[in-house]
Design a binder for this molecule. Structure first.
Ligand SMILES: [Mg+2]
Length: 263
């Protein structure tokens, strides 16, 4: 909640984009990518999909924290003897971009709109996959606010949480709330798809929720249940249409939220 004290961050934040009119903050896994990389690792190298889904359902119901369930999922990968570098290689080969993301990113760049990845994943994995998908130069331009990893000399590894005292591990609202303190804040667009986005869902000006036919759509279920206003989108090409309407002054935030879908 916005009234609760901010959890202490073990990792730095990039400076706020104070002088911009619009800022895009987006989840990485399953939102910018076609498939959640941590789910991929857990399902294929860790304890498998059934146990992972049980964990997600427990998180959604509030019975366990995201932090604790997600740590167990990643531990199941590390405990099966898979090194961090091996995980990186597996993801570089198997994770693809949302088909509309490159055009979306180019539009944002041309219109002076920063795009920031806000992820519960680990920065080195995100950076490696992003470089493989869009090239090193573009990948270096994009800021990433995420968790990190501790790799031990013996090759064992574990997630290093940004906010170890928060049940979210990384409380994504902390990437949004400092903008609320500004006298003249930018309009904030947030994009997400899953349980790791629940902490951010209430705080953006315009929340986009990705809905995929072959997926669990946990954030959509959460937002419908909690009646959190949002726009559902299938891919970034559709989301771009709505973003353009707002950026180019053809529609207001309230108007697109009332529509609820990016057709
Ligand atoms: Mg996600």
């Amino acid at each position: 909640m916005s009234s609760a004290p901010a959890p202490e961050s073990t990792l730095p934040y990039p400076p706020l984009h104070k002088d911009k009119n619009f800022v895009v903050l987006s989840d990485w896994d399953g939102t910018i990518t076609n498939y959640d990389s941590n789910d991929y690792l857990t399902d294929n190298l860790g304890f498998g999909k059934d146990k992972r889904r049980e964990g997600n359902v427990e998180i959604l119901s509030g019975r366990v924290t995201f932090r604790d369930a997600f740590r167990e999922m990643l531990e199941s990968v590390a405990n099966n003897g898979h090194t961090f570098d091996e995980c990186k290689d597996v993801l570089k080969k198997n994770i693809k971009l949302d088909p509309g993301f490159k055009d979306f990113y180019q539009y944002c760049k041309a219109h002076d709109i920063p795009v920031i990845i806000v992820s519960s994943g680990m920065a080195p994995l995100i950076r490696a996959v992003l470089s493989a998908l869009i090239g090193d130069d573009e990948a270096q331009e994009i800021e990433i606010i995420s968790n990190d990893v501790d790799v031990k000399p013996d090759g064992s590894w574990a997630i290093k949480y940004r906010h170890p005292t928060s049940g979210f591990g990384h409380d994504k609202s902390q990437a949004i709330l400092p903008y609320r303190q500004l006298a003249n804040p930018p309009t904030l667009f947030f994009f997400g798809d899953g349980v790791s986005d629940m902490s951010a869902a209430r705080h953006a000006d315009l929340l986009f929720v990705k809905v995929k036919p072959d997926s669990d759509n946990d954030l959509a279920a959460y937002c419908r249940r909690e009646r959190i206003p949002h726009v559902e989108f299938g891919d970034f090409a559709h989301a771009l249409g709505v973003v353009r309407e707002v950026v180019e002054g053809r529609a207001g935030v309230a108007q697109v939220l009332a529509r609820g879908k990016a057709e």
